[in-house]
Design a protein around this ligand. Sequence first.
Ligand code: SF4
Length: 251
Amino acid sequence: MFHLCSYNDFMQMSLTFARDGRLPEILKRLRASWPPRGQGKCDPLSQLIFVIVAARAPGASALAAFQRLKRSFPRWHDVKLADLDLLTRALAGVEDAREKAKTIQNILREIEKRHEYLELDFLSDWSTSAARQFLESLPGVGPTASAATLNFSTLQRTVLSVSDETARPVRRLGIVPEGAVRSSLDRHIIERMPTEWQAHDLTALHQGLEKLARHFCHHGRPACKGCPLSDLCPTARRGAGDVVQFKRRED
Ligand code: SF4
C-alpha cells in the first residue's frame, strides 16, 4: 500500500505538471489488487462484435453467448445473412439479445457496404481519431464501444474505454473535472496520464476500474473503508457515509 504522500501532495503535483500525479499510484494499486488478465488480443471486428454482445451483460454470459455465436455462424458473412430468430437464439442469455442481433447484422452490412470486406484490420493504417470516427459512424456503436475496439484488439491504440460503471469511480476520485460530460471522460484522463503510458496501461486501468466499481465503488453508497484507493480519493475524505447518486445511463 502507498502511504508516503498525502492526497494534497498528489494534487499539488497534478497542478504543477497539469497531470494527475495520482494516476500511476492508482494504476499500481489496481494492478496489485486485481492482476490484469493476460488475454490474447483478437482482431478488431471480433472485438467490436463482442463489445456489442457484452453490453449490460455479465462477463461470463457474454463470453458464452459470443462463443455460441461463433460456433453457430463461423464466418461474419454467415452472421450477416443469418435468420434473425436463429441469431437471437445463439445470443440467448444476454440482455436484449434480439436488438443486439439486429445491431450486429446492421454493423456487418454497413462495413461490407463501405469497405467491401467483412473485417476491420484496415483501421491499423488509420489515425486513432479517424478510426474512432469510422467506428462511431457504424449503427449502434458509441464512444465506449469504439474505444474498447481500438484498445483491446490487435489495434492496441492508446485510448480508454469508459463505461457507465467505470465512470463512477473516475468521477468520485476527481480524476476528471466536476460536471464533465460522459463522452469527454476518456479525453480528460488521457490528458492527465503519464506521457509514457501505452495501450496496455489503459487496458489495465479499465479492467481495474471495473473491479473497483463492482467491489467497492458501488452505485449509491461506496464502500470506501476497504477501498485500496481511499487515501487518494476526495470522496472518501469527505466521509465514506456520503451517498453520491449517479444516473445509471449517462450521455
Ligand atoms: S474511496 Fe470510495 S468513492 Fe473513492 S474510489 Fe474508493 S470506493 Fe469509490
